[in-house]
Design a protein around this ligand. Sequence first.
Ligand code: MLT
Length: 387
Amino acid sequence: MYRYHCLNPISQVGLEKFPGKYENTDKIDEADAILVRSADMHAMELPEKTTAVARAGAGVNNIPIDALGKKGVVVFNTPGANANGVKEMVLAGMLLASRDIVGGIEWLEKQEATEDLAKKAEKQKKQFAGCEISGKKLGIIGLGAIGVRVANAAVHLGMEVYGYDPFISVDAAWSLSRSIHHINDISCIYRECDYITIHVPLMDSTRNMIGAEEIAQMKDGVVLLNFARDLLVDEEALAKALQAGKVKKYVTDFANPIVAKAPNTLVTPHLGASTEESEDNCAVMAVKQLMDYLENGNIKNSVNYPNCDAGTCVDEGRLTINHKNIPNMISQFTKVLGDAGVNISNMTNKSKGDLAYTILDVATPISQEVAKNLKAISGVYRVRIVK
Ligand code: MLT
């Protein structure tokens, strides 16, 4: 029996994918795995039993991924599962920033008692008119699952699209429309584009990546869209640029006291991925990844450990080792197994940054004693007998 604990409500469509040998537990201490959406896990102490955390979403800034990596806890996310939901919000944001649709609706709501309303509305409409997005330049910073979808949709809407991503994946590059300008110098986006949208994860290296200096390089009257994370933008500097009219509109999905006070903002309450479809897709992906990890030791879409897939174990036993990415680890593992007379039939080892992961299939069942000896090797964070 495997037990999982949900730190936030997770879509039933996803949880129903767990078969009978899985149980949802209220007690975190019993959990082999944790499912989370927005709960802040930074101050949480996880039980030794917990081997995996799956975020039903893309951003993982609420999870201490490095610290958990060193405890041998694999953290998964669900890239792409909610990308369509966010893409649709970005398109809506561009349209709402271009014409004062919200202002027009709000004005009309106050005209209940106005006589000859149709005539008055025709007279007043000028103040809500705006521009079309077709023919305008859109700069996209970050061409992951969301950025690529926004880019392709914007091309279909007649925009000229500039994309910047020094770390673009081969898959993302293949999915991009050929008419998108792939930019190597981000300042070109600042200089050229009428609309700029950010789609990068929040990390130490991206925090405040849009500040006073970057804003100064932008076109006067630029529209900035942020459906990624508020801390990517120095919003104090941005508030000044909004006040001065340098930035025409800031469309953000992240409410906070700075944007609540700033003029010319369109703020939504983190609605990007809050659609039924996105929530279901994220939960299904998170659950499938957890099951493959718990039952087979395979890793797909982890943000701290490398992808590692050894399929289903067809031999007598399988063990997995989470360890430091340093020389001489494999030889120490094989020595422990060899000394115990355990024959290795298959081995996969992968690394990502400071962390590495090894899957070993063996021809004889693995004893707790052997697992204990492996765990005692310096640099080993966790040993798990999967079968
Ligand atoms: C994400 O990180 O996937 C989106 O911002 C949505 C969310 O946080 O749930």
